[in-house]
Design a binder for this molecule. Structure first.
Ligand SMILES: [Zn+2]
Length: 159
């Protein structure tokens, strides 16, 4: 779905760090329905549905909406909560934080630092060194395998 989505998404870029500001109608036009629902309407994907939830491949997770680098696989951990979980973002500017007091809970929402798409929430029950758990909807993540790691793995398989 993400692959299809990207072709019609003019704001997706792995290099451009300029902020992305579109109105709701424009987002609806360029995003796949499930991505739009989570990213722009602060939806939540069903737990245990993301292929990234149990993935332990080495690489980088990007914002599926705009291509902003968000998390490295070495900060990903098995949280058992049903969504991909990380303990630290790639950089301070990758993420925007905002209080979320909906659903009778006091939580901290995390959004993409470039396009302000809703990603998930951060909780303070994660592992060290940060003690944080970034609980992220897999549908708004885009993963790319580290090329070096892949080559090393492949050469080890041959030799
Ligand atoms: Zn983004």
């Amino acid at each position: 779905m993400n692959e299809v989505n990207k072709k019609n998404n003019p704001v997706y870029s792995r290099d451009d760090t300029g902020k992305v500001v579109l109105d709701d109608k424009e987002w609806k036009n360029i995003l796949a329905p499930e991505v739009y629902r989570v990213a722009r309407q602060k939806g939540t994907e069903s737990p245990w549905t993301s292929k990234y939830e149990s993935s332990n491949e080495i690489g980088t997770y990007y914002c599926a909406v705009c291509g902003n680098p968000l998390f490295k696989s070495d900060t990903k951990f098995e949280s058992g909560c049903g969504w991909p979980s990380f303990y630290e973002p790639i950089s301070k500017s990758s993420i925007i934080y905002t209080p979320d007091n909906t659903h009778g809970m006091q939580r901290t929402e995390v959004m993409c630092g470039r396009c302000k798409s809703h990603l998930g929430h951060v909780f303070n029950d994660g592992p060290q060194p940060t003690g944080l758990r970034y609980c992220i909807n897999g549908v708004v993540l885009d993963f790319e395998k580290a090329k070096q790691a892949e080559e090393k793995y492949n050469s080890e398989q041959i030799s």
